[in-house]
Design a protein around this ligand. Sequence first.
Ligand SMILES: CC(C)(COP(=O)(O)OP(=O)(O)OC[C@H]1O[C@@H](n2cnc3c(N)ncnc32)[C@H](O)[C@@H]1OP(=O)(O)O)[C@@H](O)C(=O)NCCC(=O)NCCS
Length: 270
Amino acid sequence: MYLRESIDNILAKDPAARSRLEVILCYPGFHVLIFHKFASRLWKAGHRTPARFLSHLGRVFTGIEIHPGATIGRRVLIDHGMGVVIGETAVVGEDSIIYQGVTLGAGSAARQGALSRDTKRHPTLGSNVVVGSGAEIQGAIIVGDNVRVASGSIVLKDVPANSIVVGVPGRVVYQDGKKIVKDDNPDIEAEAIKALNQKICDLEKLVKDLKNVLRKQEQMLKALSKNEVEANLGDTASTASSTELNRLQNQGQGADNQDPIDVFLQGAGI
Ligand SMILES: CC(C)(COP(=O)(O)OP(=O)(O)OC[C@H]1O[C@@H](n2cnc3c(N)ncnc32)[C@H](O)[C@@H]1OP(=O)(O)O)[C@@H](O)C(=O)NCCC(=O)NCCS
């Protein structure tokens, strides 16, 4: 019953799966559930080391590490799976989908080592949650039903149901189908880039001011050069300052080209 349900679930959710035989032979996400089923039973019966060993064999065979203490709901699909790590006290709600490279890990509790043994350290995912490839969900947080976590996100706080989380650190960009207004929910990365851009603008202004000072000095030197020595000195200084000016002007011309930071900011809608 459990096996048939798991196979049918993969067939229903993965367009690449074409037959039951294909799922049985080629789906590590299916194989690991079988390992976990038995490892979990051993764990609950108190056979901790055999449970861990079976889980370890599952990892060797599939590339997916599920601690035998973890609770995996029905019809959970671990797609591709390589690199997935699901910690001891994690809970994955039924009908959820987990892609490759996802970590459901301990947060700061991991630093406490043995002191945090037998405490809740890993996340609890509600039903019908999608966790995109490479996403990390860390700590004893709660991710509500129907949440979608974008690939590559790092989620460190509770996530309300029916929302989409993206980014590092993860932030809710949609809830109940409505986009969350940016002002209430700043994009830290974008803010950092904006600040960098502002600093570059300030530096450009400073360089422009310095160029003006150099130009004025050059004019003054020319006006002051009365005798030969002074003229020589003036020429040397003016040649030096002209060279410097030319270099700065050439840099200035480069800035007229399309600025890659501007291109990035526009592309990111910032
Ligand atoms: C998060 C996810 C589930 C959302 O899917 P969705 O409901 O169809 O929503 P959208 O794709 O429209 O994305 C919603 C918003 O999140 C943004 N977003 C999606 N993925 C993102 C990511 N990885 N990082 C940053 N932002 C992301 C989109 O740009 C969009 O923002 P916008 O409305 O301002 O344009 C999906 O993008 C995702 O990451 N799925 C996992 C895919 C995966 O791991 N595949 C592996 C297959 S091998």
